[in-house]
Design a protein around this ligand. Sequence first.
Ligand code: CTP
Length: 410
Amino acid sequence: MVQTSALPMAGKRVLLIIGGGIAAFKCHELIRSLRKKGASVRAILTKGGAEFVTPLTIGALTEDKVYQDLFDLTDEAEMGHIELSRQADLVVVAPATADLMAKMAVGLASDLATTTLMATDKPVLIAPAMNVRMWEHPATTRNLATLRGDGVRVVGPNEGDMACGEFGMGRMAEPDEILGAIETILTPRGVLTGTRALVTSGPTHEPLDPVRYIANKSSGKQGHAIAMALAHLGAETTLVSGPTQLSDPTGVNVVHVKTAQEMLAACETALPADIAVFAAAVADWRAEAPANTKIKKIGEASPELKLVPNPDILKTVAQLNAPLRPRLVIGFAAETNDVLAHAKAKRLKKGCDWLVANDVSDGTGIFGGDENEVHLITDKGMEDWPRMGKAEVAIRLAARIAGHIKGAAA
Ligand code: CTP
C-alpha cells in the first residue's frame, strides 16, 4: 500500500482556477497528476471555464465541491473567496486566458476567480493559453510584464497547432510541464532529487604558447546559473567550467578546465548523468603544436599558425549509446545571423534533444551581459522566450527540464 505521506507533494494544497479556454480539458490530467503526487486540489471554475469542462467532472476528480459563484450565500458562509485563498499553498490559473490575465494585471475583482486572486497572499502560477494574435497583442505583452513584476510565475505557453486552426505561440503548457512548475514552487529542493546533471559553462582557452591563447567573450553567467538552478531543484550537479571571473556556485561540484580537450575529458568522467546542458562556448580550433616557449618576433614576418579542430563535446555526448547517453541532452547555439535557421539545423547536426538559441551579435549585449533572449527548440517546435535575466532563463529552463524528466518518469 502506498503511504500517502511518503508522496512528494503530500499535504500540499493547490487552488486551481480554471479559465474559459479550450485548453481547460488539460486540467483533468493536471488534477489527476497532482493528486497522484499527494497534493489536494480545490477548483474554482469561471463562467467561461464551465463552457469547456463540467463541474461534475472537475468535482469528481478533485473529490471536492467546485466553487463557481461569488455571491452564493452558502459558499460565502462556508468558504468565501478569502478562505479559499487562505487554505491553499499555491494558486494556479489554467488556462490563463487573455481576459483573465488582463483582469489580474489591473486588479479587477468581478467574479469569484478574480476576487480570490486579488485576496490571495500565496504564490500564483499562470499557464497562459490563447490564440497567437492575442498572445502577441501589445496589451497581452504589457499585462504579462505587469504580472511578472507582481511576482506571478508563468509556465508556457508553447508553440504549436491551435484549436482555432492557426499555428504559433499560445498553446497552453502540457500538464507535465505545469506539474513541474508547481513542484518547483511547492517542493523547491526536491523535484530533481535522485537525478544527476552535467553542465558546461564559460569559454575555453587554447594555448598558442605559455602566455598567449585563443579565447572568446563568453562570461559563463548563463551556464553557471543553469547549474545553480538544477542543483536548487535537487539534481546532483557537476559544472565543468572554462576560465571565468565567476565564483563557484554553492551546492554544485565544479571542475575547472582550460581547454576543449580537458573539458571533454571532465565531461566523460562526470557521466553517467540524466541531464546534460552544454552552455560553454568551446573554441572550435586549437593550435596544432603550441610552443613551449614564448613565440618571438623575427623581423617583420608574422608567425604561421596551424590550427586543428577541437572535439565537439556536445556531439560526442549526444551520440553516445544508452546507458551512458543522458536522457536529456541540451545544446546552446550562439549565432549572429539567421539565428533560427542555423539553430534548427544545429539541433539535428549535433543530435541533441533540445537546443537553446540566442542572437549574440554586436548590440544585443547578450555575450557577457546579464540578460538573454532565447528560443527553445525541441522536437515539438520552437518557442520564443521574452528577454529576461540569465538567472530567470536558468530557472525557467530548469523547471522545463524537471517537468520533462519527471513527466517521462511518471
Ligand atoms: N560545442 C561543444 N564542443 C565544441 C563546439 C561546440 O560542445 N567543440 C557545443 C556548445 O557548448 C553549444 C553547441 O555545441 O552547446 C553549439 O556551439 P556553437 O559554437 O554555436 O556551434 P558550433 O558547432 O561551434 O558551430 P558554428 O561555430 O559553426 O556555428
